[in-house]
Design a protein around this ligand. Sequence first.
Ligand code: HEM
Length: 404
Amino acid sequence: MSITNATDSAPVTVTDLDLFADDVLADSYPTYSRLRELAPVVRLPASDLWVITRYDDVRDALGDPATFSSSGVAFNETMNEVLKGTSLATDPPDHQKLRTVLTENLSPRAVRKMKDGIYAKADALVAGIAGRESVDGVAELARIFPISIVMDLIGVQGEVRDKLLRWGEAAFNLQGPMNARAEQAFPIAKELFEWTHDAVKAEDLTEGSIGRGVFAAAERGEIPYESCGMIIHQYIAAGMDTTITAIGNAIVLFGRHQEQFQLLREDPALTASAFNEVQRYLSPIPVMGRRVMHDVEVAGTVIPAGAQAALLIAGANRDPRHYDNPETFDIRRDATDHISFGYGTHACAGQGLAKLEAHGILTALATHLESFNVGGTQSRINNITRPYEYIEMRDIRAADPTSA
Ligand code: HEM
């Protein structure tokens, strides 16, 4: 499909559902699939959104920032104002400079240096649950692990460590429409903003941490001092709920698809492909916002200039026009081109780190456990992310160390 400038108007498919209603957020995939099969573009007048539903169109839109601007990355105007000047909400050409500063510490080279430490941490956590009858996979793995990685990355110490989770959660609630969840998140996100932009000083952060290094770069004049707060803010906001969600998803999927877990155990070379498939099957960020800069035709429908677009990443990742049997979780498929990390200019700056964390956990699960089941689960409703609050891991059989 191609996105071209509109020349004349075309019919528009309209529906009255609310993408951010509690019941839709609690169980989104049936709605995403309904929208995708309804039309490539669906207008939701109640929330004033234009939803792009299919793989090719979502990816093209992500790859076309001149038409689909990140000035509308959030689904409410207050937040889009707050985000002005961040890499996330800035379009090219200004975006590149902000992103360069942000990604310096997350480059493949920088991330490679963290590998041993991250794998050792994952290994110790999973070794600690092997053989136990039942554990909460969120408290003992999915949450504690990414939080400790982000804390070490930034070098956070003291009471701030306890606030990170709430801050990360609030940052994503605020990207949704201005509903009760977003309103309640404002004072919490304000704390995060004030801490990163006003309160935190280099000496508050652990010696040798990346957070401390960011301040050192400013002191050497390599980056503007004002960028320090923005960088630390984005690491916390973008790097917590996303990874917590992804690791929780991996635990639930492998606990419920025993045969897939055995495939992973038998062939560790499948680890990267397994995480791609986890990300394709369950997208931690199911939808991203964009502002439409000029009238544009997408698959036959004209979206007008100024419209708020919703790019349905999760629906696209299960588009049968792109993936065979998309509702099947299969770690042997090639899902490298899933778009859960976005695509194009704004593609996730922290994906190297996120992959390292997930690969570390998958490797440790496959090494230490012969099998495990997942019983009850509980999710936390957030406007954007989909984190588990609780995952009952049970019948956790330790692997026979002599069979390795
Ligand atoms: C599984 C975990 C993760 C997922 C699914 C994820 C997903 C995404 C997505 C979809 C975007 C694109 C946003 C857009 O197009 O507007 C993005 C951007 C970003 N992510 Fe991630 N992310 C994850 C982990 C992380 C981590 C661990 C960090 C850093 C510590 C991080 C930092 C960022 C930053 C800074 C951006 C903005 C990049 C830019 O504007 O150029 N992410 N992420």
